[in-house]
Design a protein around this ligand. Structure first.
Ligand code: FAD
Length: 289
């Protein structure tokens, strides 16, 4: 089933993201997390993609397991900067053979020990989108950044390039995490003004530890509002209290989004089924409205 067909239905859809193990030894733990999260019956589960090696191989394996064994639709992430065009092509063919119908097309981080840009690699995600479109009948998602992408000084350029990416054949967008919903509403206004009309799934990250917050900040440049900083200052030293507060904060964001007419929400569940389950419990009646 193509995810875009579900997103176009006029009802609420909740989805989750998990990440694959770095080594084969960690596979069983991730498989178990996927099974428990699938038990919450989300609309789909996305599986992130790492740079080469075991992680990228396990993305296809777990995405296939979610779809065929757990009977929940899956979305396989695919990045292009760390692989050659030929390697990317092989991954797409493999996904096709496994019956995966949905791909999140990403550039990924620029590899450190390789000449980049180079002729044998895609430089931007829009080129990967074009390649996936040519290669098969896939539903294609892509990333967007309500606070702007870290590499781009000018937010207007970001939206111009986002439009180019969507016009290359993107069916829907998923946002980078954000912790202030007003930033998301403002972003939506600006991209609609720019003529980007595809569904946008806000990405909600439940922050359940001080360490996770620090890491998220470093990776994405996301701004933490004063309200969230106060939670961290007060409860950051107690793992139990921080988890409860992080779940409550994410729930609050989700309720506000739903109350403001947003239909599709993607939750970065970080392979924590208990966090995913707690959020689903908190909104169980709300999503029926
Ligand atoms: P692009 O859309 O190519 O944009 C990258 C930068 O180039 C931006 O600054 C953009 O404005 C600029 N740009 C785009 N087109 C042009 C152009 N024609 N000319 C000049 N500049 C241009 N990373 C992983 O490694 N694995 C994952 O599984 C993963 N999943 C993610 C899921 C989501 C929802 C999000 C938001 C991010 C994810 N990432 C993942 C991180 C992502 O790979 C990085 O943020 C990466 O730096 C940018 O990827 P992109 O696909 O947005 O790139």
């Amino acid at each position: 089933m193509k995810i875009i067909d579900r997103l176009n239905e006029n009802k609420i859809h909740i989805s989750f993201e998990i990440f694959p193990p770095k080594t084969d030894a960690g596979y069983e733990k991730v498989r178990k997390a996927a099974e428990e999260i699938a038990g919450l019956r989300p609309e789909f589960i996305s599986v992130t993609y790492g740079a080469g090696g075991g992680t990228s191989k396990n993305t296809a394996k777990i995405a296939s397991y979610i779809k065929h064994d757990l009977h929940v639709e899956s979305l396989a992430h695919l990045t292009c900067a760390s692989s050659t065009k030929e390697e990317v092509h092989q991954v797409i063919e493999n996904l096709k053979e496994l019956g995966i119908e949905n791909i999140l097309a990403l550039r990924g981080d620029i590899p450190q020990n390789t000449v980049f840009p180079s002729e044998d690699r895609y430089h931007y995600a829009y080129e990967l989108v074009e390649e996936i479109r040519k290669s098969g009948d896939f539903c294609i998602g892509a990333a967007c950044y309500p606070e702007g992408h870290v590499e781009n000084e000018h937010k207007e350029d970001d939206i111009k390039y986002l439009k180019q990416k969507v016009d290359s054949g993107v069916d829907f967008l998923t946002t980078q995490m954000f912790f202030d919903n007003d930033i998301h509403y403002n972003f939506l206004y600006r991209i609609r003004e720019a003529g980007i009309t595809v569904p946008v799934l806000p990405g909600i990250m439940p922050i359940t530890s001080a360490r996770q917050m620090k890491r998220s900040c470093e990776l994405s440049g996301t701004v933490f509002p004063r309200r969230f900083q106060a939670i961290l200052d007060r409860f950051g030293d107690s793992p139990e209290a921080m988890e409860q507060a992080g779940i409550a904060y994410a729930t609050d964001q989700i309720i506000d989004l739903l109350a403001n007419g947003v239909k599709n929400i993607h939750i970065y569940s970080m392979n924590k089924p208990e966090v995913a389950a707690a959020i689903m419990r908190n909104i169980s009646e709300i999503i029926k409205c």
